[in-house]
Design a binder for this molecule. Structure first.
Ligand code: OAD
Length: 308
């Protein structure tokens, strides 16, 4: 067996970051926490808040992002979506650190699990939003699949109403007025909080509702994830894992899919114990990247504002 170099210290991490040319950054919700967006699994994260508030009466808070649950009850997601819709958030120093790696031509790719589009706001080009984003939305009727920019459902999100597919609505109208058109399952009256007779009506599914292109539990990731990973695994020379609990597959499996010899650095508030990391830099990622930049005399690029 080839004897691999040992990396343990902060200085090792700094040298690796300085010298690596093909870095993969695998990021998660933790790097947007300082922007005012809660993560999912921390004590004050989205799932704990959903559980604590009990407002939505979910058996499991993860149901909020479950495709099957959405198809039965889209109004639940749309009563909540305003709280996670990207508004005027400013990218964090951690986002700017990823941008800096890109500007220095050291970034192979940023695999982001975040749906807040702060990577774009920061100008990161080589990013794969593994769990999609609010940037676009698609009709849930598989025979329609109408696609629209995320901005088209923005108002509905802030009004806490369920956005219906304009194309399905038009077909529905045509059907009602006797003109040719395929019947759709959309109810024209989906409203946040309007769960009046839903239970009695049996398993009516929310076909004809617009759903943001976020990957929900029960949905497949885009093929791009596998394709890019296949391509990148032969090139990567350093993996930086930042602000993620690595609890959600298949993204978490990226760590096991890259060659064993690739050094791995974790920058996170809490340690990760279920996967092997060479170096763990524990703390707020913004503070850690600022420390690294200071040690290397690197300057973070200027912050920008995000508007979707
Ligand atoms: P998690 O909430 O599971 O993990 C966030 C991690 O970031 C935790 O380990 C925190 O300790 C850490 N953290 C929090 N604040 C931090 C800070 N300021 N600096 C550094 N670390 C910090 O979020 P993800 O791993 O991103 O899926 O979750 C993965 C997926 O699960 C999400 O994409 C989402 C969720 O269900 C979908 O929405 C489809």
């Amino acid at each position: 067996r080839e004897k691999l170099p040992q990396y343990n210290t902060v200085d090792d991490a700094i040298q690796l970051i300085k010298n690596s040319k093909k870095i993969i950054v695998l990021s998660g919700a933790g790097i947007s926490v300082s922007c005012g967006i809660p993560d999912f699994r921390s004590k004050d994260g989205i799932y704990a808040n959903l559980q604590r508030e009990g407002k939505f009466e979910l058996d499991d808070p993860q149901d909020m992002f479950d495709k099957e649950f959405f198809m039965h009850n889209p109004s639940c997601f749309y009563s909540f979506a305003h709280s996670i819709f990207p508004s005027n958030f400013k990218p964090s120093p951690s986002h700017r650190f990823i941008k800096l790696l890109e500007e220095r031509s050291q970034l192979l790719r940023n695999y982001s699990q975040n749906i807040d589009t702060l990577e774009q706001a920061c100008g990161i080009e080589n990013v794969l939003q593994c769990h999609g984003s609010f940037a676009t939305a698609t009709c849930t009727d598989p025979s329609c699949s109408f696609k629209a920019p995320g901005s088209s459902i923005r108002q509905a999100i802030f009004d806490r109403t369920v956005p219906l597919c304009p194309r399905c609505k038009e077909r529905d109208e045509r059907r009602k007025t006797g003109k040719k058109g395929k019947p759709v399952g959309a109810r024209s009256s989906w409203k946040a909080g309007d769960d009046s007779d839903e239970e009695d009506e049996g398993p009516e599914l929310a076909y004809g509702v617009m759903k943001p292109d976020i990957t929900f539990f029960g949905e497949k990731l885009s093929d791009e994830f596998d394709h890019k990973l296949l391509q990148d695994r032969s090139e990567v020379d350093l993996l930086i894992v930042m602000g993620t609990s690595l609890k959600v597959a298949p993204v978490s499996e990226l760590v096991a899919h890259i060659p064993h010899k690739t050094p791995t650095i974790l920058i996170n508030r809490t340690p990760i114990l279920h996967m092997q990391m060479d170096i763990m830099l524990l703390g707020d990622s913004d503070e850690v990247v600022k420390y690294i930049c200071e040690a290397l005399a690197w300057k973070l690029p200027k912050p920008r504002m995000s508007h979707l």
